[in-house]
Design a protein around this ligand. Structure first.
Ligand code: NAD
Length: 456
């Protein structure tokens, strides 16, 4: 068992309280580490350090910060196996995919590095008398609060743009999965940044998270997590009108039309549904299958799901590991039980609320495009949607009417740092990935010069 420390102001430290809390391996439910139980005093120290580092870091030329981001990507790739092994141990990510996922995540730093160097402002039509131009500037101290479901990717999705573009950061990783972030901080230490440029404070959301969201010296909160916590953070952040980037929940519709390639749709949706044991915000949530292909789809889907290799995540053959904790397992089972009580039929181990587990909800059959669009939109979330058809024009008609930040037609794979990700409605505010995701971590300034006055 290991004893971890927090990374504050360029030093490894205990919590001010001296207390720690345990982290468990979800596959064996045994304790694997003790982590500092941070609180408000630790947040104050970290934010003060980040505030002090901000002018130093923000003034560095973008070329230098981009080179540092490239180095961070290289370090992550070099340590991918190690980071992946921690992810398997604390989160249950199958070994089969853990290291590859670290390498993919490292691309976030490369993307931010390249694009940070050409993050241009522009001129607004100016006259001989007036010059008006826009420039992007770092925001200040950014609090990064992340969920447990893909711990490393969630941190890097915000840290890469925030840091590369000149902000200083205080990260609060998920309490139950803090170890990958603390390991990441060991790599950050190798960058020899000004002390306080990046800080990691571990501990519960109710104290560490709330202190960050309410802190007067924090300028922005980048948060990924549940809708409920997102709303609480919005309320706390409103006290000082902080910038917000919120990536929240989803209950994503999958629409299988009568002209869909059923075999392809089954293969991709089963993979997408059970990846990370269904604990992914973009996982399919509600299946709407056209009555003409309903029976065929359901039969093939059930057969494909039955073939998944479920087991010990440390075993190379395992495709689906455990849920993140016993507590979460009970929560998912509770959803299944209440669905049965309300008349649902369980076909395998399998709506409105997000279940965040290996549960595929098949809704009533449909036979009208208009009706299914209405049903898909009848939800508070609007994160992503999947439409399976062979007719491009029909697919685009669906895309134009579905209320969500992403619509994928005839596929459910594909990821890259160049792709924007972020929800409509209660699924969030702002984007992660793409140039829009970089812009979210900057302030836009208008500079206006009266050239006539300059001559005088
Ligand atoms: P959560 O909201 O419970 O916790 C997220 C983070 O917030 C954790 O670090 C937690 O400690 C902290 N927190 C909890 N209460 C807080 C408070 N009052 N103030 C400040 N911080 C607080 O979410 P979770 O259970 O860790 O993660 C699952 C959720 O995350 C799901 O709803 C999922 O859809 C969502 N998610 C969304 C995306 C996306 O990109 N949209 C990606 C991954 C996960």
């Amino acid at each position: 068992m290991s004893q971890f420390k927090m990374w504050i102001n360029g030093k490894w430290v205990e919590a001010e309280s001296g207390k720690t809390y345990p982290v468990y391996n979800p596959a064996t439910e045994t304790e694997i580490a003790q982590v500092p139980l941070g609180g408000k005093a630790d947040v104050d120290k970290a934010v003060a350090a980040a505030r002090k580092a901000f002018p130093i870091w923000a003034k560095k030329p973008q070329a230098e910060r981009s080179q540092i981001a490239m180095k961070m990507s290289a370090l992550m790739q070099e340590h991918a196996k190690e980071l992946g092994a921690i992810d398997t141990m604390e989160h249950g990510t199958p070994t089969k995919t853990a290291a590859a996922s670290v390498v993919m995540t490292a691309q976030r730093f490369e993307w931010a590095a390249y694009n940070g160097r050409s993050l241009m402002g522009h001129t607004v039509p100016s006259t001989a008398e007036d010059l008006v131009y826009l420039q992007r500037e770092p925001i200040g101290v950014v609090a990064i609060i992340t969920p447990w479901n893909v711990p490393l990717a969630m941190v890097v999705g915000k840290l890469a743009p925030a840091l590369t573009l000149g902000n200083t950061c205080v990260i609060k990783p998920p309490s139950i999965n803090s170890l990958t972030t603390l390991k990441l901080a060991e790599l950050i230490e190798k960058l020899e940044l000004p002390p306080g440029t990046v800080n990691v404070v571990t501990g519960p959301g109710g104290t560490v998270g709330e202190s960050l969201a309410a802190h007067r010296s924090v300028d922005m909160v980048g948060f990924t997590g549940s809708c409920e916590t997102g709303k609480r953070i919005m309320a706390l952040a409103s006290q000082t009108i902080k910038r917000l980037q919120l990536e929240l929940g989803g209950k994503n519709p999958v629409i299988i039309l009568d002209d869909a390639d059923v075999n392809a749709a089954v293969a991709e949706t089963v993979t997408g549904q059970f990846r990370n044991s269904g604990q992914i915000c973009g996982s399919p949530g509600r299946y709407y299958v056209h009555e003409k292909v309903y029976d065929e789809f359901l039969e093939k889907y059930t057969a494909a799901a039955q073939k998944l290799v479920v087991g010990d995540p440390a075993d190379e053959r395992t495709q689906m590991g455990p849920l993140v904790s016993g507590e979460h397992r009970n929560r998912v089972e509770g959803y299944i039980k209440s669905a049965i009580d309300e008349g649902a039929k369980v076909i395998l181990k399998v709506a409105r609320e997000e279940i965040f587990g290996p549960v595929a909800c098949f809704m009533e059959k449909f036979n009208s495009d208009e009706k299914v669009i209405e049903m898909a939109n009848d939800n508070v979330f609007g994160l992503t949607a999947y439409v399976w058809t062979r007719d491009t024009a029909r697919g685009i008609r669906f895309a134009n009417q579905i209320e969500s930040g992403t619509v994928q037609i005839g596929q459910s794979h594909g990821w890259g740092p160049e792709l924007p990700w972020g929800g409509y409605k209660e699924s969030g505010i702002g984007k992660e990935g793409s140039l829009y995701g970089l812009y979210d971590f900057t302030n836009l300034k208008r500079v206006q010069v009266d050239l006539q006055a300059m001559k005088k």
